[in-house]
Design a protein around this ligand. Structure first.
Ligand SMILES: Nc1ncnc2c1ncn2[C@@H]1O[C@H](COP(=O)(O)OP(=O)(O)O)[C@@H](O)[C@H]1O
Ligand SMILES: [Mg+2]
Length: 367
């Protein structure tokens, strides 16, 4: 049997998702292993991890060779262990004898630069790197309201809304599910706060888009696309994420809730519904192919799409290691399909005759 390795940064991360995949691995003709990149012995190329015992339906600690097929579910942070794992994963991705289900995506800025040259450019909020505080002031003067976010961010972390009033500057963020507001009396006070922030991690700025519903809750459309057992892209499902009233973020990690797509779209007029349907179709039909053509092969993506008050749709974010919560909550009948999908696509990759996989590109680590 071919071995299928699931790679995470710790054994607690997505434990139940990984268990569900593992428990179905034998039915797909795969032997499932779970390991951390840091547990690879560079001399012997053996890994100390765990093997799923299909008879007993439980994990057993074991040492094994690096699996030839890997599903990468590593979520990196600023910690030492992440820093240790990044070059190891980079080395794994460069090995010709290892097949990754997907290679990941570059950071938000590089993704913006790539997509802004494509037919999807009208759907992208204009984004620019913040080189210094004066970039923020310039943007506030011309746009009044902006969003700043970490170039390598995820899960709504470190995102701020800035608004220029006549004299003061209003900054708002969400932290630990709470909305925090601050007024800076002048630019120099703003700089004192902003400079350390942008020194610590690179940031980009975007126009602030009014992506809230009539109850002042920010919301977005979350779409999960995956490849099927024949390597063809399809939409698995979509749902609506809704954030806190008066808040900024619709991420579930920031305390958002979920409603199903048909309930949400039933509140729209027939014409709007049709228009949104066509727009979403255009985005989901084009995005995965553009990403694979311009960057590297992928197995799945989660797309965050915002809808402005005027009905315009905006591609806010593309995640190559998407969560499944929105889909599982709104379309629980998809559970089995979602747990089998990585195994079936893994099988396809191993058996596909024309397995043309581009070599690793170090830009793809973060997402
Ligand atoms: N330009 C923007 N204008 C208004 N809200 C935004 C903007 N960009 C992001 N948001 C809100 O913040 C959330 C998180 O932003 P996103 O770019 O997806 O970053 P992350 O990678 O942290 O999820 C979005 O889902 C949306 O609710
Ligand atoms: Mg997001």
């Amino acid at each position: 049997m071919i071995t299928f390795g699931i790679m995470t940064l710790n054994f607690e991360s997505e434990a139940s998702y990984i268990h569900e995949i593992a428990s179905r691995s034998h039915s797909c003709g795969l032997e499932c292993y779970h390991f951390l990149p840091s547990a690879i012995n560079p001399l012997t190329k053996q890994v100390m991890g765990r093997h799923f015992d299909a008879k007993k339906q439980c994990w057993v600690d074991e040492e094994f060779p690096i699996p030839p097929l890997i599903y990468d579910r590593c979520f990196y942070g600023d910690d030492e262990h992440s820093k240790q794992c990044i070059p190891i994963v980079s080395w794994l991705k460069s090995r010709e004898d290892i097949t990754f289900l997907g290679f990941g995506l570059p950071n938000k800025l590089e993704l913006y630069e790539t997509l802004s040259k494509s037919r999807l450019s009208p759907y992208l909020p204009r984004s620019q790197v913040i080189k210094d505080c004066s970039d923020v002031i310039k943007a506030l003067k011309s746009q009044r309201r902006i969003i700043i976010k970490p170039i390598n961010g995820s899960q709504g972390f470190g995102i701020y809304y800035l608004k220029k009033n006549e004299k003061t500057i209003h900054v708002k963020t969400e932290k630990n599910k709470k909305i925090i507001s601050r007024i800076f009396p002048n630019e120099s006070k703003l700089f004192q706060w902003l400079q350390p922030l942008i020194n610590y991690r690179p940031y980009l700025l975007q126009p602030y888009l009014e992506l809230s519903n009539t109850s002042s809750q920010p919301f977005d459309i979350r779409i999960l696309l995956q490849k099927d057992e024949q390597g063809l892209w399809l939409e698995r499902g979509k749902g609506i994420r809704i954030g806190n009233t008066g808040g900024l973020l619709s991420n579930l990690s920031a305390g958002g809730s979920v409603i199903d797509f048909p309930s949400w779209s039933s509140t729209l007029s027939l014409a709007t519904k049709e228009y949104i349907g066509n727009e979403l179709h255009f985005i989901t039909n084009n995005l995965p192919h553009i990403l694979e053509r311009e960057i590297l092969p992928l197995f799945e993506i989660g797309i965050d799409i915002g809808m402005a008050k005027n009905g315009a749709l905006w591609i806010l974010d593309v995640n190559s290691k998407p969560g499944r919560k929105v889909i599982l909550k709104t379309q629980p009948d998809l559970q089995e399909t979602l747990f089998l999908a990585p195994l079936l696509y893994g099988n396809y990759l191993i058996h596909a005759e024309n397995k043309e996989r581009k070599s690793y590109n170090e830009k793809t680590l973060y997402h």
